[in-house]
Design a protein around this ligand. Structure first.
Ligand code: SAM
Length: 226
């Protein structure tokens, strides 16, 4: 009947709303990107609802099964590994299919890594461009060249394996651009590093980059106040 898209913590397990927990307890099924990962949250909040997986490799038959459950009057809650479902994760496919069916989709808002990074970055938030993950190869250089001219704040996700390469490319294309790298948000080793990409690369030469990252580029003409 209804698909609830429920935001869950991006690290700190306390970052979940009362409403999210209530919904997760009352629906017929929780659809999770990774059921083992979801188990941690469910144990913490004593949620005993049935779990079913839905991830990037789930085929059309799984999608059809979930849509059929919605058609038959069941309430489903979609959660991703972290943060807001559908934001740069496979949950989007189910949300789109549910909407196309005419199913009611109700958002239960909460954390998202890009917003947590942006809100504490000190960079302009009145207008910004969210890019998810940058393309791995094709179009990457061209996109970075375009971002060099961007007069909005730009936010995107990066993996620990590619962060050094991405910072090197930014250093090459946007030598003086002020950027912020937010690492391990809401977790024990949370840190915000700001400066040019070269300066942040120097930091990572001393300390190997580990964990999860959000990169934020200041707008082209951004000037620090001090
Ligand atoms: N749906 C999620 C959201 O709302 O933030 C994003 C899913 S995306 C597949 C995962 C990426 O989000 C990671 O590769 C990382 O770039 C970023 N991310 C997730 N949790 C994070 C955290 N605690 N600190 C920094 N970045 C994080």
């Amino acid at each position: 009947m209804t698909l609830y898209t429920v935001a869950t913590p991006i690290g700190n397990l306390s970052d979940i709303t009362f409403r999210a927990v209530e919904i997760l307890k009352k629906v017929d099924l929780i659809v999770a990107e990774d059921t083992r990962h979801a188990g941690i949250l469910m144990r913490k909040y004593n949620i005993q609802t049935y779990l079913e997986s839905f991830h990037a490799h789930s085929g059309p038959a799984k999608l059809e099964k979930l849509i059929e459950m919605l058609r038959s009057g069941k309430d489903l809650a979609l959660i991703s590994d972290a943060g807001t479902p559908g934001i740069s994760d496979p949950g989007f496919v189910l949300i789109r299919a549910a909407r196309e069916e005419g199913t009611q989709v109700i958002p239960i808002p909460g954390p998202s890594a890009f917003l947590a990074a942006l809100q504490a970055s000190g960079l302009p938030t009145d207008k910004f461009l969210y890019l998810g993950f940058l393309p791995l190869k094709k179009g990457r250089q061209k996109l970075l060249a375009e971002l060099a001219e961007e007069d909005r704040t730009v936010v995107f996700y990066e993996s620990p394996h590619r962060i050094l390469k991405t910072l090197s490319q930014i250093a090459e294309i946007m030598e003086d651009r002020y950027i912020t790298v937010a690492r391990e948000l809401t977790k024990i080793y949370e840190e915000f590093l700001s400066g040019t990409a070269e300066e942040i690369l120097d930091h990572f030469k001393e300390k190997k980059p580990k964990g999860e990252f959000v990169i934020i580029l200041a707008p082209k003409n951004f000037k620090k106040q001090k």
